[in-house]
Design a protein around this ligand. Structure first.
Ligand code: AMP
Length: 299
């Protein structure tokens, strides 16, 4: 089974207290597909401008990610800039330029439509729904979002959420979405918006799963050197959805195991700027870290 993802392919400018990178390769679909490709075949739907160096995505092609659904449009690629505080869990968006994403109309091929796992990565919720409406009865649909859309396109986001099975969101955004200050309550309130499961990513503090009858939490894999957390949420989602597609299982037990895989993938991504760590990552490293993590979290 494979995964279809729609999301951003971007130029990111990132500032951490120690270092900074400008116009690095990023985007929610880029990080997601790199991570998910270690588990299952991945197809990407996105758009870039004619200023984008396509060879920078060669590492995805080498991992058999199908990027034939990446449209190249006259104009500028999506750009995002963010800054991290000394506590790397605290991030501020400095700039978002939608560029070629405004006016983008995704068109799915028969191959895209046939995927039974669909991930609506962080993107304009109108576009997320556009892709969903073209997919043939997908078995599991998960989605992510960000403060930009929660405050800027809320009604559309709520409409997307009413049609997804799993929302994968970070802690600050979960609280913002339902205007609450308690994560347990916020997760329960998000279930009322439509999803049957809510996964809240809490940066270095781990992740929680909330369904109507289950609650589950894991720590994050301990990483001593966090260089750049950008894309951690997307790589988490890639490991999560990739595992679900690989296993073909949709039960609560599978969702819990998927969280462990998501955490492992995110832990690699934060070790270097941009997608650098994902480019060098091997299956052996993933298997080794996954085994260590299981040992750590199993009493
Ligand atoms: P994460 O750190 O997992 O939340 O994801 C960060 C990635 O999301 C960056 O590579 C950005 O290019 C991308 N991104 C940031 N803001 C948006 C947005 N409003 N829409 C789509 N993608 C975005």
């Amino acid at each position: 089974m494979g995964v279809l993802v729609v999301g951003s392919v971007a130029f990111d400018s990132v500032k951490t207290p120690e270092r900074e990178a400008n116009d690095a390769i990023g985007g929610s679909a880029t990080y997601f597909s790199a991570a998910a490709s270690f588990y299952a075949p991945v197809d990407v739907i996105a758009v870039v401008g004619n200023d984008f160096p396509l060879e920078s995505l060669d590492f995805l092609r080498e991992r058999q990610v199908d990027i034939s659904g990446l449209e190249i449009k006259e104009g500028k690629t999506f750009r995002w800039a963010g800054e991290y505080a000394a506590d790397m869990n605290d991030r501020r968006t400095i700039d978002t330029q939608l560029n070629v994403f405004s006016g983008f109309k995704p068109v799915l091929t028969d191959r895209h439509r046939a995927h039974d796992h669909v991930f609506l990565a962080n993107l304009d919720p109108d576009l997320q729904r556009e892709v969903l409406s073209q997919a043939d009865r997908p078995g599991i649909v998960a989605c992510d979002t960000m403060d930009f859309w929660i405050s800027g396109n809320r009604a559309s986001l709520l409409s997307t959420l009413s049609r997804v099975d799993v929302l994968i969101i970070n802690d600050q955004e979960a609280l913002q979405l339902v205007d609450d200050n308690n994560l347990v309550r916020a997760s329960e309130r998000i279930l009322e918006l439509g999803p049957r499961a809510v996964v809240v990513k809490r940066g270095a503090h781990g992740a929680t799963l909330c369904t109507r009858d289950a609650w589950y939490g894991i720590p994050s894999y301990p990483v001593t050197s966090v260089v750049d957390p950008t894309g951690a949420g997307d790589t988490f989602a890639g490991g999560f959805m990739g595992y679900l597609a690989q296993s073909g299982d949709r039960g609560v037990g599978a969702l819990k195991r998927a969280m462990v895989h998501g955490s492992v993938m995110a832990s690699f991504n934060v070790e270097d700027f941009s997608v650098r760590r994902l480019v060098s990552l091997t299956e052996e490293e993933i298997a080794d870290r996954h085994a260590r993590f299981l040992e750590m979290i199993t009493p």
